[in-house]
Write a protein that binds this ligand. Structure first.
Ligand SMILES: [Zn+2]
Length: 416
């Protein structure tokens, strides 16, 4: 396996990565723009871009902002509300694997920024059927989260004729440098199909699994091209106009609004996925079993590029976290009513042969760079991610999913 000589990304990154003559990956090269572009000028471009969408009377929503109980949502809404002076309609697809921390963050988000909010909660029975199908078809338990999270904002924008959707960073740009910031790439059906959805649209699931009905997959369908174009809907990424640094952004939100963090099982980033029981647990184990590397590699690569972690120390962090056995598999299997053997059979069918081979009936990882290390001495601390669990006393985690929260916080009802 070939690896970037600056960060730690492998050649089999599913978003596709390329290396230059010095062995430096495309993601590292595009990251250099963060220190060379004139970000004040880029933000001024953003202000000009959104100006025609701003409602003069303030009576109407002038953009749609997809949010969750984690992952830069506070920062995005802060920019939209306080710097761009817009009136967003916040939308979220209910991932159902919710932690109370995430529900709480979402409730405080809506309260602090005084925004209207629209959530889609699909029938849990349908979500389970879809998830069993996507585990079998593509080895993914997270497809419904991505498909719902990328379809629902566009459905809302199209239905209510709010033509601007504002997203945070573009993952393909941030991780593998698929685009330059200067390309000002916008949301597209094609990127969603090829990368977010791993090539499976909702319609493809319907055709591939006789157990699914149209009702089961309808929430994951992208609106028809004519409807999107007719409503003039476009989706822009703030990361093209703001020097995106998720760690610094979250820390500003912790200081300003008390954003709640939580330790994660298989990575040191305690900020980004605190709303989801499985993201840094079973979902991350699946990523490792398919591609031979896990989320901690994404986080270490990001920190190396920002100069907050050396490549050598980062490698130690990767090796330690990669060994961690997540404790949340029984929770998922109970919810899915699936046996452990069936679950691993689904994953094994989708192992990337570039990263895994079977020797004498045993799977062996070919990603030799990350091999070794153990967790006997505990996982090493990395980059000083802060612990802000000051609101945890309100309601501790229950050990299971929280499907819904109260949604608002005030002086009388502190428990969202
Ligand atoms: Zn790199």
């Amino acid at each position: 396996m070939k690896y970037c000589s600056r960060c730690l990304y492998p050649a089999n990154h599913p978003l596709h990565i390329i290396f230059d003559g010095q062995g430096v990956c495309s993601g590292c090269r595009v990251h250099e723009e963060k220190d060379t572009l004139d970000w004040a000028e880029r933000f001024a471009r953003l202000e000009r871009l959104v100006a025609p969408y701003r409602s003069r009377s303030g009576r109407f929503h002038d953009c749609v902002v997809p949010v969750s109980g984690a992952g830069d949502s506070y920062f995005i809404v802060d920019v939209v509300r306080n710097r761009l002076r817009m009136n967003p309609l916040l939308v979220s697809y209910n991932q159902q694997y919710n932690t109370r921390t995430g529900i709480r963050n979402l409730a405080y988000l809506r309260t602090f920024f005084d925004c209207d909010y629209f959530q889609q909660t699909v029938s849990p029975a349908s979500v389970k059927k879809v998830t069993r199908a996507t585990l079998r078809l593509m080895g993914s338990m997270h497809w419904h989260c991505i498909a719902g999270g990328t379809a629902f904002p566009v459905q809302v924008a199209t239905r209510f004729k709010i033509p601007l959707i504002i997203w945070g960073a573009h993952q393909g740009l941030e991780q593998v440098g698929m685009f330059s910031h200067l390309d000002e790439v916008e949301m597209s059906r094609r990127y969603r199909h090829e990368h977010d959805l791993m090539g499976y649209e909702a319609e493809d699931l319907l055709a591939a699994d006789a157990g699914l009905s149209e009702r089961d997959v309808a929430p994951y369908m992208y609106p028809h091209e004519c409807d999107v174009a007719g409503a003039g809907v476009r989706g822009i990424y703030l990361g093209n106009y703001i020097r995106w640094d998720t760690k610094a952004q979250h820390e500003a939100m912790i200081d300003r609004y008390g954003y709640e963090t939580a330790p994660q099982q298989r990575t040191f980033d305690a900020y980004n996925h605190v709303d989801n029981w499985h993201y840094a647990g079973v979902h991350d184990l699946i990523k490792y079993l398919k591609f031979g590397y896990s989320k901690v590699v994404d986080h270490v690569c990001r920190e190396i590029r920002f100069g907050r972690l050396s490549r050598e120390k980062g490698l130690g962090v990767v090796r330690a976290y990669q060994q961690v056995v997540p404790g949340d598999l029984p929770l998922l299997l109970e919810w899915l009513d699936m046996s452990e053997a069936d679950f691993f059979a689904c994953i094994d069918a989708h192992r990337d042969p570039a990263a895994w081979e079977k020797r004498d009936g045993v799977w062996v990882c070919r990603s030799e760079l990350y091999a070794g290390g153990d967790t006997a001495g505990g996982v090493p601390p990395a980059c000083g991610y802060a612990d802000d669990s000051s609101r945890c006393g309100e309601q501790a985690e229950t050990g299971g999913y929280t499907l819904m929260g109260r949604g608002w916080v005030d002086a009388w009802h502190r428990n969202p």
